[in-house]
Design a protein around this ligand. Structure first.
Ligand code: ADP
Ligand code: MG
Length: 474
């Protein structure tokens, strides 16, 4: 690349004692009054002021915008956050710093991504292209999304695709963006288009779900190929990883977490929604603390994937799959009771640190163990766990779905009728009302039944937010 040699900026690196440090990014100059810069330090200020790390002056190649620069025009900050290391551009200027032609705005900041273009004072006055030297691959994202959000690293992957960390431009508010390829929904004889309108109907319903233990849907961006769902960000990772790292939870902590799962799933069931894919990978934790708010995620969409792939989504093994699904090889009609089974398996795992069914068993294969409900509580692992807890597991993991305990009854089971735990859970769920659960706000007559019957014909309307960008004020 032909870098202009005309020097109107100078670099802190010219002091030369930090030569050995590896740059984490690079600014490529765009206008010929700018020069390139390797980014080594964690903070840089750019502006007309002499004290800036990169001080623009107007002695070399003149720039007609020079007078419009602020003393500190923008600041670059590279910092560690709870979600990894990010580069933030903070706009300090009166006339604006532009990223890819969009004004950031004084006082706002946004995450800089690989290949972002920075302009000063005027959209057209392009100064630099930022190159992230640790960047991952490029993605093809729709304008509708990039206008509003910056997508960065992958937070997790699952059956539907990947989930990436997203920042709102301007405020740097964080979300998790679930990226769903619609091709995955064009199964079972329905066309992708028809399927995707059903998916949109579903997404709109998910958007209406409000429970502290259910992941919030903030925004939806729909394109012909892909659906982008902006979810409330949860920063404590998956219950799965936590259980693996700590082996198993003490009974009271397990109860606190399980109580929240039961409340969340009961709420879904009360709305007529079956989760269908409950497993520790889909239970997210708000923080690293053992006693933390949980968020159930990844619900409601799995029914659009055919039964065969639903069975595959269970990580290749049917660990959490209810026996009735295995019995009918995924072709039957199921009730909400399948969630209760899965919750039983999760409770078994968080109390003991191992799954109730295992491929290692030589006398019986896995499906047979599940369909027969062959699990036990060997003393060596279960001696410290109460009989009440074991009794609830047995009631949740009852093979006959008609005899299986419902969530309403599970919440009335002696193990969960623990005032102290309920009070602590309510404090986590409703901190603003000091642990007082609000009265059930869902009108009982408005139950939605989502399983079957919905042809999605009136789902044409996009559920995406129609917030446009505000008109620019001069
Ligand atoms: P899939 O349908 O593909 O399984 P999920 O919604 O379960 O998609 O997301 C896959 C993974 O992405 C999760 O297991 C989790 O690690 C991560 N993830 C999903 N949603 C969030 C979120 N809101 N905040 C943080 N991480 C998330
Ligand atoms: Mg998942």
């Amino acid at each position: 690349m032909d870098l202009p040699t005309q020097d109107v900026c100078y670099f802190s690196e010219e002091d030369d004692h930090s030569q050995t440090e590896q740059p984490w990014g690079r600014f490529f100059p765009l206008g010929d009054s700018f020069v390139g810069l390797d980014l080594v330090k964690d903070e840089y200020t750019f502006g007309r002021g002499e004290n800036c790390d990169v001080a623009f002056n107007n002695t070399g190649k003149r720039n007609q915008c020079f007078q419009a620069y602020s003393k500190v025009h923008f600041k670059l900050v590279r910092k560690d956050t709870s979600t990894g290391t990010h580069v933030f551009l903070e706009d300090k200027s009166s006339n604006g710093t532009f990223v890819n032609g969009e004004k950031v705005g004084k006082g706002n900041s946004q995450v800089l991504n690989n290949n972002d273009e920075i302009g000063l004072a005027m959209k057209k006055n392009k100064a630099f292209v930022f190159m992230d030297l640790n960047a991952n691959e490029d993605m093809d994202l729709p304008r509708e999304l990039t206008e509003k959000y910056t997508l960065t690293k992958v937070l997790g992957r699952g059956a539907c695709g990947e989930v990436r960390l997203a920042f709102v431009k301007g405020s740097c508010e964080k979300f998790a963006c679930k990226i769903i390829s619609k091709k995955k929904f064009s199964v079972g004889g329905s066309s992708a288009v028809n399927m995707s309108s059903q998916v949109m109907t579903e997404v709109k319903i998910l958007k209406a779900m409000k429970h502290p233990c259910i992941i919030g849907v903030e925004d939806v961006i729909d394109t012909p190929e892909t659906l982008y769902i902006m979810l409330e960000l949860v920063e404590g990772g998956e219950l799965f990883d936590k259980v693996v790292s700590i082996d198993n939870y003490p009974e009271l902590t397990a109860k606190l977490l399980f109580y929240q799962m039961a409340c969340a799933c009961k709420y879904l069931h009360d709305q007529g929604i079956t989760h269908r894919d409950l497993k520790p990978e889909n239970i997210l934790l708000s923080s690293d603390a053992d006693e933390t708010l949980i968020k159930v995620t990844d619900f409601g969409l799995s029914k659009f994937i055919d039964a065969g792939s639903i069975m595959k989504t269970f990580c290749g093994t049917p660990t959490y799959l209810a026996p009735e699904i295995l019995l009918t090889a995924g072709s039957g009609a199921y009730t909400m009771a399948i969630d209760c089974w899965s919750l039983g398996v999760i409770l078994f795992i968080i109390l003991s640190g191992y799954p109730p069914f295992s491929d290692d068993r030589t006398d019986m294969d896995l499906p047979k163990q599940i369909m027969g409900g062959h699990f036990s509580f060997p003393k060596q692992y279960w001696k410290d766990v109460s009989d009440d807890a074991q009794d609830l597991i047995k009631k949740l993991m009852t093979v006959d779905p008609k005899k299986r305990i419902t969530l309403a009854d599970a919440l009335n089971h002696p193990w969960l009728k623990d005032e102290d735990v309920i009070a602590r859970a309510n404090k986590l769920m409703y901190p603003e009302s000091d642990g007082m659960a609000p009265p059930n706000s869902m009108p009982s007559g408005k139950k939605r039944t989502l399983d079957g019957g919905d042809d999605g014909s009136n789902a044409k309307r996009k559920a995406s937010s129609d917030t446009g960008s505000e008109p620019e004020t001069p």
